[in-house]
Design a protein around this ligand. Structure first.
Ligand code: UT7
Length: 325
């Protein structure tokens, strides 16, 4: 009998501090940086984002989301035998956020590691956890996407600093005879490293290079709309399903225009797309599990429905997970 991995609980966490576009525009104006609610809404669909408090690290956000996912699954931390955190904004160079989450949850022993695929981080992490469950090396995995992108933004660069927010989302995946994850599809192409990157890094006791996010927005936009359609189609083909079988599209939440374009290509109406970018901004690896948890908790996503999760981000990396919820 085939072993599937099934989502048995979801959770998410947003830091308390919420800034509307007007709040952010007012803060930026004090530094001579000009932007407006109108520009941000029209070009991105973003209306607000959350920023972590100074004392909060990525592992704090991840742990909050993990606790909620465990509660939803009716499990305790010691029931988990694998922890993977998708993140590009870890607390430290090492150890991993995943080992910190493990400790903060009060458990020990199971494998725990981070997976760095920027905004595709959760899709990559879910795919790896699914493979480990299918192979029998794990039975109950905690898969988390968590980011504090506010720490790597250049607040003098209006083309990027208005786009991102902080947050975390998590799922508990369990081995099951019933689907479950139906198909996964992952890709990367390293030649695009310069269009979305944080070039700075730790070097001999200092930081070498600029440790803030750099993005060629238009180049990323163009690539994103192409690969998101391709990867969705690849997952559908692997599962012998078609566009019409998708109940909910849960795309990476970067820009409403990219999401609408993907939905149109997949012949899905706006009523089939989970949108949280308006309230969360782009939370990178956290955006998909945050959107998933939002729609599970408000009752839109129901058991038995078919979900298409897909992401794209720095690297370039992209991929999708098609699953029966
Ligand atoms: O998570 C990883 C994936 N990331 C993405 O998917 C991001 C993909 N890219 C995008 O979402 C869009 O390209 C952006 C939202 C980043 C930019 O939108 P755009 O429609 O491509 O705008 P643009 O870069 O062509 O800029 C248009 C104008 C420029 O002014 P000029 O040169 O036409 O005078 C910019 O200087 O808008 C100006 N601008 C702003 N104005 C007010 C750029 N940022 C701002 C701002 N406020 N924050």
């Amino acid at each position: 009998m085939r072993i599937y991995s099934r989502i048995i609980g979801t959770g998410s966490y947003l830091p308390e501090k919420r800034l509307t576009n007007a709040d952010l525009a007012a803060e930026l104006a004090q530094q001579g940086v000009e932007t407006s609610d109108d520009w941000i809404v029209e070009r991105t669909g973003i209306r607000a984002r959350h920023f972590a408090a100074d004392h909060q690290a990525c592992s704090d956000l991840a742990t909050e989301a993990a606790r909620k996912a465990l509660d939803a699954a009716g499990l305790a931390a010691h029931d988990i035998d694998l922890i993977i955190v998708g993140t590009s904004t870890p607390d430290m160079v090492f150890p991993s956020v995943a080992t910190m989450v493990q400790h903060k949850l009060g458990t020990a022993g199971c494998p725990a590691f981070d997976l760095q695929a920027v905004c595709s981080g959760f899709i990559y992490a879910l795919t790896v956890a699914d493979a480990m469950i299918q192979s029998g090396s794990a039975k109950r995995a905690l898969v988390i996407g968590a980011e504090v992108f506010s720490r790597i933004l250049d607040f003098k660069d209006r083309t990027t600093c208005v786009l991102f927010g902080d947050g975390a989302g998590a799922v508990v995946l369990e081995a099951s005879g019933e689907p479950g994850v139906l198909a996964t599809d992952l890709h990367a192409d390293g030649k695009y490293k310069d269009i979305l990157c944080v070039p700075g890094h730790v070097n001999r006791g200092g930081i070498l290079g600029d440790p803030v996010l750099k993005m060629d927005g238009q180049a990323v936009f163009k690539l994103a709309v192409g690969v998101l359609e391709e990867t969705a189609r690849a997952s559908l083909a692997k599962a012998n399903l078609t566009d019409a079988d998708i109940d909910w599209l849960i795309p990476h939440q970067a820009n409403i225009r990219i999401m609408q374009s993907t939905a149109k290509k997949l012949k899905l109406g706006p009523d089939k797309v989970v949108v949280t970018v308006d309230q969360h901004g782009n939370t990178s690896a956290a955006s998909i599990p945050l959107a998933l948890d939002t729609a599970v908790r408000d009752g839109r996503i129901q058991r038995g429905q078919t979900l298409m999760l897909e992401g794209v981000g720095g690297g370039f990396t992209w991929g999708s997970v098609l699953l029966r919820y």
